[in-house]
Design a protein around this ligand. Structure first.
Ligand code: BES
Ligand code: ZN
Length: 622
């Protein structure tokens, strides 16, 4: 009975379609409703893109990307479709191969310009011929000098949060999911890779073809072009890096396959076939970026001893939380990052044990305390659910989403028990795979499928919609960190260093040690520690960063530390590091010194790092 009805309605639908009449509502596939989006001009409820075919050329001489973006679209009875653009030049637009009218709207500092294209009821594809300009924010063009090998230029993109529109005209909302194909032409000495199926070797003609068969949000479209090579770790994981980095990268990330296996063991199969990491030049503005199939990573994660690889676990975890189940708007950013930190720490626990996991969690807990303190004048910024309307999402995203999001989920886990919690998370990923959720969607899902089901009351609303941290927060303890704190007390009490106390310390213990030195530590005491441990010349980027922070704060100048701070800030563009250090200068009333370094360092920074530091130091270029 049911089958006959279905068949009948399909035939009917086909028939009415042929006659080009409106298909009856019930015969259409269910249309998704998109929620209001503060950071996109697109109106996907009216007409939405479903597939991108990108055909571009990368020109290092003019520092421009140019070509054509062709979209399959689904029109819901609209006579226009709207794409986001920013700092793009639009040459021409076609609808089903024919020239059509288009207009660019007024420029908005954060959002760019809407590109409104006239379409017909039955338009199937639109095609935009365009080029980027020298203002394009997503792209960073690097000179050979800024790379590891120093022979060839390099280019990479950064899409999150709303930068994809600065290199591709697109409906730049995380709610819009598309598959894509791309043809990219680059100079023959270079290889191109994307967040897609990737080449493992250079081609002779510099032309590369890509395919991303799973539907992803536009902020996850990514491209890197450089003199890179590939080395596999397993049959589905591996690394891309410049020649001089490839062995070190391969060693550092040799646990990648184990990480994927551990992740799958926790929350279900890895859906993206391949998990590779590309090590970018040091100006890359993030620790890592979870571009599907190909995580982009900073070289500062390569410590030589695998001690900072929780970053890889983090980006891998985004393959579930973020790339598979995606925040609907940037106000729901904590759904991406909070779950990812939780998942990251679970992967680390599975691979290296509870001690390591708890140390990572406690470092995050201290970050949270510091972030809440830093935001004390704007407590609403410490809510999980944000309100970023009218703001650049990049300015509003802070570590609350990560560390408070984590603490919320850890507290939930401890309340309901790990077994139930894990089953819930696995279902959550399965149920919402390849779709987007708002915070409210999540709360409803949580209430129904975890809390009511198990008869548990929990202050979900307080955690999500109120500032600060609720009283029922999980208390994270680490015996290892207690020992570190005792060692600090000993050193200070005795004004002497007894090295055996630090025997076999891991990077996390050193970071905890340096960060928790007493507020009133003297420069003599700092010198004593530096003498013993040579922190000023630390090769581990995280240890160096927290030590430099102390040196700046306490006006400590021995052991080449000033020179090393200067060269660190000039070489590394990782925003979290750079921002921490420039903020330390600012808090120590040393902005003038900071500006001397910043003016020199700024040309090496990607636009997102430069934007943040401009604001922090009150610097305006030109
Ligand atoms: N998705 C983020 C990076 C990001 C966030 C880019 C917001 C643009 C806007 C990525 O997964 C991330 O969180 N990276 C962290 C590393 C992580 C270990 C906390 C970073 O870059 O430090
Ligand atoms: Zn993340």
């Amino acid at each position: 009975m049911k089958k006959t009805f279905l068949l009948l309605s399909t035939v009917l639908a086909l028939f009415t379609n042929c006659k080009n009449e409106k298909v009856p509502e019930q015969a259409q596939e269910p249309t998704k409703t998109y929620v209001e989006e503060p950071h996109s001009f697109a109106q996907p409820n009216k007409a939405v893109i479903t597939h991108l075919n990108l055909d571009i050329e990368v020109d290092f001489n003019t520092e421009r990307v140019s070509g054509t973006a062709t979209y399959d679209i689904k029109n819901n009875n609209s006579n226009t479709i709207v794409l986001d653009t920013k700092y793009l030049e639009i040459q021409s637009v076609l609808a089903d191969g024919q020239p059509t009218e288009f207009s660019l709207g007024e420029f908005n500092e954060q959002l760019g310009k809407p590109l409104t294209i006239t379409i017909k009821e039955d338009t199937k594809t639109i095609s935009v011929n365009y080029n980027t300009t020298n203002k394009t924010e997503a792209l960073q063009w690097l000179s050979p000098q800024q790379t590891a090998d120093k022979n060839h230029p390099f280019l990479f993109t950064q899409g999150q949060a709303i930068l994809t529109r600065t290199w591709i005209p697109i409906q730049d909302s995380p709610q819009v999911r598309i598959t894509y194909d791309a043809t990219v032409k680059v100079p023959v000495e270079l290889m191109a890779v994307m967040s897609a199926e990737n080449p493992k070797e250079k081609t002779k003609d510099g032309v590369y073809h890509f395919k991303m068969k799973q539907a992803i949000s536009p902020y996850l479209i990514a491209l890197a072009v450089g003199d890179i090579e590939y080395k596999p770790v397993s049959n589905r994981t591996g690394v891309y890096a410049e020649k001089s980095m490839i062995e070190a990268a391969h060693y550092e990330f040799s646990d990648m396959e184990n990480m994927v296996a551990a992740a799958e063991n926790l929350y279900g199969t890895y859906d993206w076939d391949q998990f590779d990491v590309i090590v970018l030049p040091p100006s890359f503005p993030f620790g890592g970026m979870e571009n599907p199939r190909l995580t982009f990573a900073t070289p500062t994660v390569i410590a030589g001893d695998k001690s900072l690889t929780s970053l890889i676990a983090h980006e891998l975890a985004h393959s579930w939380s973020g790339n598979l189940v995606t925040n609907a708007t940037w106000n729901d950013f904590w759904l991406n990052e909070g779950f990812t930190v939780y998942f990251e720490i679970r992967i680390m626990e599975a691979l290296y044990g509870k001690d390591r996991a708890n140390m990572i969690a406690l470092i995050g807990r201290q970050d949270l305390t510091e972030e809440i303190e830093a935001l004390k004048d704007t407590p609403e910024a410490t809510k999980l659910k944000l309100d970023l309307k009218g703001q650049n999402p990049d300015d509003g995203m802070n570590s609350i989403a990560y560390d408070k999001g984590y603490l919320f989920l850890r507290t939930l886990e401890e309340t309901v028990g790990r077994e139930k919690f894990d089953a819930f998370i696995k279902d959550y990923f399965n149920t919402h795979a390849f779709s987007t959720l708002t915070t409210e969607d999540f709360v409803e899902y949580l209430n129904t499928n975890l809390l009511q089901k198990n008869n548990i009351t929990f202050n979900v609303e307080e955690w999500i919609y109120q500032p600060g941290v609720p009283d029922n927060q999980s208390k994270i303890v680490s015996d290892k960190f207690k020992k570190v704190e005792e060692a600090i007390d000993q050193f200070i009490l005795r004004t002497a260093v007894y090295k055996p106390l630090t025997e076999n310390w891991t990077t996390q213990e050193w970071v905890h040690f340096v960060r928790n030195l007493p507020e009133d530590i003297t420069t003599n005491q700092l010198a004593m520690l530096d003498n013993a441990f040579d922190f000023s010349n630390a090769s581990n980027s995280h240890i160096a960063m927290v030590w430099f922070e102390q040196a700046i704060k306490h006006n400590y100048h021995n052991n080449n530390v000033d020179k090393n701070i200067d060269s660190f800030l000039t070489r590394v563009g990782r925003r979290w590091y750079v921002e921490t250090l420039f903020r330390a200068f600012k808090n120590a009333n040393r902005v003038d010194e900071a500006l001397v370094i910043y003016k020199k360092a700024r040309p090496n920074y990607h636009s997102v790092t430069a934007g943040t530091i401009d604001k922090l130091l009150g610097y305006s270029p030109e």
